[in-house]
Design a protein around this ligand. Structure first.
Ligand code: ATP
Ligand code: BTN
Length: 321
């Protein structure tokens, strides 16, 4: 499957004959493989008589060797899959089976990518980054407080270095550009948070997906490619993300989120804004003051400072702000 995709990934026309010769199979076998790609991976392949086959859009596939080499030098194990239910789920399964950590898992697509609070994360083949890093933590050695905020900051730095200069954070860990979501972070934990536990840091970045792609996303979103107008090398972005994650995770481990608090606030898009905090059916209106040393949201609610934390909370701008 990868072989034929490697040939087609430029988005240019390739004749059935040329593909057959490169793959060492008949033209009929080429046609079968392409049908399989369309059915299995949801890719669109155009066929034009006399010209051959081409992908509807060029693809930047993950370079497994480059990822393995960079991960080795970071001391991480790394696995790249064509397709998974969810990279977070795969990391949790492997760690539960005793796999060594840190463990990085990437996939070309996810069939059940997950977002916060049971939402699904749209994960088409070859378009975006679906990136999960699993860590084993021993009691209190690594503060979980604010960890997802530190990760958000690392993702923001990686995106800035990749040219998305105006990316910012929305508490707790959304990354937005011009009010549109470009990336999200989902931390999942197993074991005892106060003792031996495993945490998986899941990061989804919209990289080459373009509006008009047949995806159902129920809020404004964007991608690196939409911002730059160019196909982005997903491997380069994954490596960049790894560098920034290492840097921020080390800092977080050494000094805790408290050391990153001010920097986080300087990237927070909604500092000082009038917001509503939603917790199920409950809604609390206030003004964002910032975050505390544990990453909890600080809000001025009717003239009094209050702190809020927990995975079930959602922040929205007040319509009138
Ligand atoms: P909050 O955390 O404040 O509730 P949120 O509305 O962004 O923010 P999340 O659960 O964090 O909710 O993220 C999931 C949402 O992100 C989806 O409901 C969708 O609107 C948006 N989104 C942007 N890009 C994607 C993507 N590739 N796949 C799925 N959802 C995406
Ligand atoms: C959010 O809701 O904003 C968080 C989205 C996190 C998506 C990533 S993609 C890689 C990893 N695997 C998953 O199933 N989810 C996370």
């Amino acid at each position: 499957m990868r072989e034929v995709l490697q040939l087609l990934r430029d988005g240019e026309f390739h004749s059935g004959e040329a593909l057959g010769a490169a793959l060492g199979v008949s033209r009929a076998a080429v046609w079968k493989r392409l049908e399989h790609l369309e059915a299995e991976l949801g890719l669109t392949i155009h066929r034009v008589r006399g010209r051959g086959y081409r992908l509807a859009s060029p693809l930047s596939l993950l370079d497994r060797e480059a990822i393995a080499a960079a991960s080795r030098s970071a001391g991480w194990d790394a696995l790249v899959f064509d397709s998974l239910d969810s990279t977070n789920a795969e990391v949790l399964r492997r760690l539960a089976e005793g796999a060594p950590a840190p463990l990085l898992v990437l996939a070309e697509r996810q069939e059940s990518g997950r977002g916060r609070r049971g939402r699904s994360w749209v994960s088409p083949f070859g378009e975006n980054l679906y990136y999960s890093l699993g860590l084993r933590l021993e009691g209190g050695a690594f503060a979980l407080d604010g960890l997802s905020l530190s990760v958000g900051l690392a993702v923001a730095r990686a995106l800035q270095e990749a040219g998305v200069v105006d990316v910012g954070l929305k508490w707790p860990n959304d990354l937005l550009v011009g009010g549109r979501k470009i990336a999200g972070v989902l931390l999942e934990l197993s074991g005892d948070p106060a003792g031996a536990c495993q945490v998986v840091i899941g990061i989804g970045v919209n990289v080459n997906m373009l509006p008009g792609a047949a995806v159902a996303i129920d809020q404004p979103w964007t991608s690196l490619r939409e911002r730059s107008g160019q196909l982005v090398d997903r491997t380069e972005l994954a490596l960049l993300l790894g560098c920034w994650l290492r840097r921020y995770l080390e800092r977080h481990e050494r000094e805790g989120f408290a050391a990153l608090r001010e920097e986080w606030e300087s990237c927070h898009l909604w500092q000082g804004r009038e917001v509503s905090l939603l917790a199920g059916a409950q809604r609390i209106d206030g003004i964002v003051l910032g975050v505390d040393r544990q990453g909890a949201l600080r809000m001025d609610v009717a003239g009094q400072e209050r702190q809020f934390s927990g995975g079930e909370l959602s922040l929205r701008l007040r319509d009138d702000s």
